[in-house]
Design a protein around this ligand. Structure first.
Ligand code: NAG
Ligand code: NAG
Ligand code: NAG
Ligand code: NAG
Length: 447
């Protein structure tokens, strides 16, 4: 059965055709009309429109003096046709064809050509698609490896764990909150700390001796991606780690350990932020020197804070091709652009190799509503039960383009097909918020 929208489109099409053909395809018009089945919920407007269309048809029919005599070519009592009649019959058939073409072949070339409808964007759309680009040797090799990893059933661990990977310049100011979060869940998680500037002093037993060998990280540069890869490589050493969460020193958990564990473990997608930004801070950062492997149409943006499944962590380890493109051509200041590698490499990589495998939003909340260079930082006085509940109540993911249009893309946060709260963690919380957070933790994480 045709959907209601299609029916409406059909009506609009008939009106258009009628107008175009100056009321000639009368019989055919009413035939088309009846071939559409209207559901019982049909609105008054629709009925009115339908009646009006039929009335117009009737009027025109009478106006031409044909009455209810059907125009059937080859009718027995038909007088020899005069010239105007021939033209009418000809136009009738042309209109019939056009109606057919418009209704049933809306995307087709002929329909576009004849109606020059706005829906048909360009001639290029109805030319046969250009043959797919020939892949380079590196691409063929890379795709083969990645496809095989993704198609292999993941190794199931008897003792699945979540790897919590912290990127920090030094000590973690909110470590005591995380200690509280981990308490009682030993054996179900592992902690990794990448401290890029100073050796951290740990206050929680869960963090002691969990530092990985690190290197300097410069904001915006590929060294940020290198640190992410280093953390992944270390966390992959433990075969029990099934999910890999990247966190910063200003991140806090929004739920109990068990809630977060189930949310991340019982889904087969990775939470990697990814959207298409046509603005200067999105596609404006793309360099054609990334061609042929990275095309503008695949260039994506997203916050770096991810949570991903083991297979995805492995394909990142296996990738050298796309990574080296970003290392060479996505840097602040290169070609007068401000390409931030950690905001583009992973979203673009997944868009190319496994677009359906990522959720397209990050499970770490951040508030960009102040529209500054950096997101909102919460101070001690901002931290209330209400603030945290506000963040956990969000179940729609929003992305705003960086051009003047500020186009908002929004989609529901679907977890295995069910709409759920989007965020499990939040940033940025200043060190001064620790005491309020410790006090509120059992309160705000209780259901
Ligand atoms: C996730 O698993 C479901 C069934 O359990 C399957 O239909 C779906 O394709 C899987 N998705 C991915 C990205 O593997
Ligand atoms: C994420 O976006 C891509 C398109 O960029 C889409 O193919 C994919 O299905 C989306 N993922 C989910 C889980 O909806
Ligand atoms: C929580 O959300 C409500 C409704 O959006 C808003 O009015 C209120 O100011 C928010 N409170 C905090 C503390 O963010
Ligand atoms: C949490 O705090 C709010 C506001 O202070 C209070 O109304 C609520 O009863 C508390 N809930 C729990 C579970 O302690």
């Amino acid at each position: 059965m045709l959907s209601k929208r299609k029916q409406r489109k059909g009506e609009a099409n008939q009106e258009k055709t009628q107008f175009l053909c100056l009321g000639v395809p009368l019989l055919q018009n009413s035939q088309v009309q009846h071939s559409f089945r209207f559901p019982e919920t049909e609105t008054q407007t629709h009925k009115a429109q339908k009646t009006k269309t039929m009335k117009t048809a009737k009027d025109l029919r009478l106006g031409l003096g044909l009455g209810d005599v059907p125009i059937i070519p080859g009718s027995r009592h038909r007088p020899p046709m005069k010239k105007p009649m021939w033209i009418i019959v000809l136009i009738f058939f042309v209109c019939m064809f056009l109606t057919y073409a418009y209704i049933y072949l809306p995307q087709s070339g002929s329909a576009c050509y004849i109606f020059s409808s706005r829906r048909c964007r360009s001639i290029a759309d109805w030319l046969p698609p250009a043959p797919a680009r020939e892949f380079t040797d590196d691409e063929i090799a890379s795709r083969a490896v990645i496809r095989d990893i993704l198609n292999t059933t993941p190794m199931l661990s008897k003792n699945p764990k979540i790897a919590f990977m912290f990127l920090s310049p030094g000590s973690l100011p909110l470590e005591r909150l995380w200690d509280k979060f981990f308490q009682g869940h030993e054996g179900k998680f592992s902690v990794y700390v990448h401290a890029s500037k100073t050796k951290p002093v740990h206050v929680s037993r869960y963090f002691v001796n969990r530092d990985v060998r690190s290197d300097l990280v410069v904001w915006g540069k590929i060294s940020m991606v290198d640190a992410e890869r280093r953390l992944l490589a270390n966390a992959l050493q433990d075969p029990d780690n099934q999910q890999f969460v990247l966190l910063s020193d200003s991140c806090v958990p929004l739920y109990t350990f068990n809630y977060i564990f189930d949310y991340l473990m019982y889904t087969n997608i990775s939470f990697v932020d990814c959207f298409k930004d046509p603005g200067p801070h999105g596609n404006g950062r793309y360099s054609e020197r990334m061609l042929p492997e990275v095309e503008m149409k695949d260039f994506r943006k997203g916050a770096q804070w991810f949570s991903m499944k083991r297979q995805h962590a492995i394909i990142i380890m296996a990738d050298n091709l796309y990574y080296s493109k970003f290392r060479a051509y996505c840097q602040p200041g290169l070609e007068g652009k401000n390409c931030i590698a950690d905001e583009h490499y992973l979203p673009t990589f997944f868009q190319i190799v496994d677009p359906g495998g990522i959720a397209n939003w990050s499970v770490t909340h951040v508030d960009w509503s102040e529209r500054k260079w950096h997101p909102k930082s919460y101070r001690a006085q901002d931290v209330t039960y209400e603030l945290l509940k506000n963040i956990t109540s969000i179940d729609v993911s929003l992305h705003v383009s960086s051009d003047e249009k500020r186009k908002v893309q929004s989609w529901p946060c679907l977890w295995n097909g069910i709409q759920k709260p989007c965020y499990l963690f939040a940033r940025k919380f200043t060190p001064g918020t620790l005491d309020s957070l410790l006090q509120l933790f059992s309160n705000y994480t209780s259901p």
